[in-house]
Design a protein around this ligand. Structure first.
Ligand code: BGC
Length: 396
């Protein structure tokens, strides 16, 4: 993952740019989801009806973490994290293998299983930490070995509800980082790949949100319209799929929901960005999406935004030091365009390695405000997890 700042093209771009928890009584498991087929109505907020499922993969990570904590009150707080709904990242072809066990663990009929679709060719084109397995040009592998495989599993589980976040950072990178050769090389594969994913994953038991970065990225005045048009183009290229609901924002991010004034409101370039918190971003980018002709409801990742004032710059995206878990998943956002606060990034998993000799080392993970040492992106960092827990807001 990489969060780019404002458009590089802009003159002012200086800053721019899993097993049951011991503490909770478990409901009886229902391996097949509901007893009949699920039909999600993407013209409504499905989070009013369904609760984001605490998947067994994150539960296992958290339980292993709990076992390492000797302080008993911290350990019992940590155990509660396993009951928080999070998304399961299908970040490689091999990791599609996580899906069947997560389903076999049982997704109750009132829950919805969150999945992140994240394996485009030339992934993470403006950074290094999350460069993926598929190379630019391997779009046919993306389609047949990745998307088609996921589609067949979702079709085989018609009684389970799924919510998908589609390809974090991909289209936002095309909007603001087209000056980079890597992003130029990735562009056509991202556009075709995202459209293919949206078209093929358009199943009755699925609701989809396409990633839109965050307020410190596409929220700059000059980025709102091109950003909305880039996303809308993918939605239309996919045939305006019925199960498409809108956007995800702040995925693996740090921005506050409605902090006023926003964290970077006194920065010298703040006058060029009216989206100084995610609520303003959802409102203003949402308006641009409507104009561009795309559904504009949003889900917002609040997994790690419990504490503010930690980043030197808005664009610092890697393992922010001092961070805390944020608001728990809920449909109670107080804002009609915001369907739900969700946890997309599983708190405790790294954003990128701080090992300067690693192939995927990105200098953002070596910045002053980044937590060190940190393992490779996606790997568990026990110390970071404990920090998120201690700084959680609201507390566990
Ligand atoms: C990594 C993925 C990982 C995800 C969730 C991303 O930054 O690249 O490998 O699954 O974060 O932790």
């Amino acid at each position: 993952m990489k969060f780019s700042q404002s458009a590089a093209a802009l003159a002012f771009a200086a800053t721019a740019l899993a097993a049951p928890s011991p503490t909770t009584p478990q409901k009886p498991r229902q391996a097949g989801g509901c007893s009949s087929a699920v039909t999600l109505d993407a013209s409504t907020n499905v989070f009013k009806k369904y609760k984001l499922h605490p998947n067994s993969f994150y539960r296992a990570e958290v339980e292993a973490a709990v076992a390492q904590i000797s302080d008993s009150s911290l350990a019992s707080a940590a155990a509660q994290v396993a009951d928080v709904g999070t998304f399961l990242w299908l970040d490689t072809i091999a990791n599609i293998g996580k899906l069947e066990p997560a389903l076999a663990d049982g997704v109750p009929c009132e829950n919805i299983l969150g999945l992140v679709i994240y394996d485009l060719p030339g992934r993470d084109c403006a950074a290094k930490a999350s460069n993926g397995e598929l190379k630019v040009g391997e779009l046919s592998r993306y389609k047949t070995e990745y998307i088609d495989k996921i589609v067949s599993i979702l079709k085989a589980h018609p009684n389970t509800a799924f919510v998908l976040v589609i390809e974090p950072d991909s289209l936002p990178n095309l909007v603001t980082n087209s000056n980079l050769q890597t992003c130029q090389n990735s562009a056509s594969g991202y556009r075709d790949g995202v459209a293919y994913a949206l078209r093929q994953l358009n199943l009755p038991n699925v609701v989809m949100y396409l990633d839109a970065g965050h307020g410190g990225w596409l929220g700059w005045d000059a980025n709102l319209k091109p950003g909305a048009e880039e996303l809308a183009k993918a939605y239309k290229a996919a045939g305006s799929p019925k199960q498409f609901r809108g956007i995800s924002t702040n995925v693996a991010g740090w921005n506050a929901w409605d902090l006023t004034p926003g964290e970077f409101s006194s920065a010298s370039d703040a006058k060029y960005n009216q989206c100084q918190n995610e609520k303003l971003y959802v409102e203003k980018f949402g308006a641009a999406l409507r104009t561009a002709g795309m559904p504009n409801h949003a889900i917002i990742d609040t997994g790690r935004n419990g504490k503010q004032g930690l980043r030197r710059e808005w664009g610092n995206w890697c393992n922010v030091n001092g961070a805390g878990f944020g608001r728990r998943p809920t449909a109670d956002t107080g804002f009609e365009l915001a369907d739900a606060f969700v946890w997309v990034k599983p708190g405790g998993e790294s954003d990128g390695t701080s090992d300067t000799s690693a192939v995927r080392y990105d200098s953002f993970c070596g910045k002053e405000d980044a937590f060190k040492p940190s393992p490779e992106a996606g790997q568990w960092n026990q110390a970071y997890f404990e920090m998120l827990l201690k700084n959680a807001n609201p507390a566990f």
